[in-house]
Design a protein around this ligand. Structure first.
Ligand code: NAX
Length: 330
């Protein structure tokens, strides 16, 4: 059989922590499968270029058979040239004394131009996953600056929250994590996110039938997932990187290979008004994918009063973020 044409994948912030955990898995075939070559296009800012050289040396030293080429650059046009998947990881994290509005504006300066550069240079089938925080609104900014690209090609990452929530439910129920399915993260990838145990399933049964401790489901479960990032910083002295890279792989793979029948993945996608969420927000929903690039928000799920209130709060936060960056949305 003839070798497949390589898929071009762009990773921004490639010399960072997540980049270091992500690139080797993409190059090894974990993203698209064991017979799919890839070209890596790696974007950094000037101060990151030396470290990136070292990462490239290590990629070379892995002699990955699927890694067809590597390009490193500080130029957006080069980074996104011909790319089919753009993973926007690099961003400016919140520093002491920075207000949320400042953070959004600083990142707007990154994600607006990146959106435009993707529209100008990427392959016609391009899809984008935004990981860099605040990822929902960074994705909204990039998407709004690239109106040429269909809105359904843009994703922000809530899969790490899904994986964290699944793991918590599995441990509580005393089952392997693979037993937990249908776990949706609603809304913002932030402390207001709503990990939805009421629609989750454990070995095919409603999770709430298996775990009947409602106080835990509405209390410690939620806060553990919502604050997991902070707990990892506290323990490790560094923010989550390997698990974030793993979730990025899971997110892209879910779109590329498709979700299992009856199951879904958590992704923040453009709202068309599903579940009353304002149109145009980049909102975390349960998403079913067809493995050909198409997806739909899973509709018809029900929410009790508690869930409805949580979803209202996270929606309000995202509307506030959108208002804060109104100047950056053409
Ligand atoms: P690092 O600070 O280790 O790396 C970021 C890299 O981005 C640096 O090498 C920096 O030079 C580069 N960079 C900065 N501005 C850039 C620009 N304009 N163009 C290209 N590169 C640029 O951060 P890391 O731990 O890798 O995290 C990256 C981002 O992921 C952060 O915003 C972080 O908050 C976010 N996360 C998102 C998660 C999610 O679930 N959506 C979870 C993990 C992580 O917290």
């Amino acid at each position: 059989m003839a070798a497949k044409n390589p898929i071009h994948v762009t990773v921004t912030g490639a010399a960072g922590q997540i980049g270091y955990a992500l690139l080797f898995r993409i190059a090894s075939g974990a993203l698209f499968g064991p017979d799919q070559p890839v070209v890596l296009r790696l974007l950094e800012i000037e101060p990151g270029m030396k470290a990136l050289e070292g990462v490239v040396m290590e990629l070379d030293d892995c002699a990955f058979p699927l890694l067809a080429d590597i390009e490193t650059t500080t130029d957006l046009n080069v980074a996104f040239n011909g790319t089919s998947w753009a993973l926007l990881v690099g961003s400016i994290p919140r520093k002491a004394g920075m207000e949320r509005g400042d953070l959004l504006t600083v990142n707007g300066g990154i994600f607006g131009p990146q959106g435009q550069a993707i529209a100008n240079n990427a392959a016609s089938n391009v899809r984008v996953l935004v990981v860099g925080n605040p990822c929902n609104t960074n994705c909204l900014i990039a998407r709004s600056n690239a109106p040429e690209i269909p809105a359904d090609r843009w994703f922000a990452m809530t899969r790490l929250d899904e994986n964290r929530a699944k793991s918590q439910l599995a441990q509580k129920a005393g089952v392997p994590v693979a037993s937990v399915t249908n776990l949706a993260i609603w809304g913002n990838h932030s402390a207001t996110q709503f990990p939805d145990s009421t629609n989750a399933r454990i070995d095919g049964r409603p999770a709430t039938e298996v775990i009947t401790d409602t106080e835990w489901l509405q209390g410690d479960f939620l806060t553990t997932v919502q604050k997991r990032g902070a707990a990892i910083i506290e323990a490790r002295g560094l923010s989550s990187a390997a698990s974030a890279a793993n979730a990025a792989i899971d997110s892209v793979a879910a779109v590329h290979h498709g979700t299992a029948p009856g199951d879904w993945t958590s992704l923040a996608v453009v709202s068309h008004g599903e579940y009353g969420v304002p149109e145009g927000l980049q909102f975390g929903f349960p998403v079913a994918t067809d493995g050909k690039g198409g997806w739909t928000v899973v509709e018809g799920l029900t929410h009790d009063e508690f869930a409805t209130e949580r979803i209202r709060i996270t929606t309000e936060e995202l509307v506030g973020e959108r208002d804060d960056v109104a100047d950056l949305l053409p």
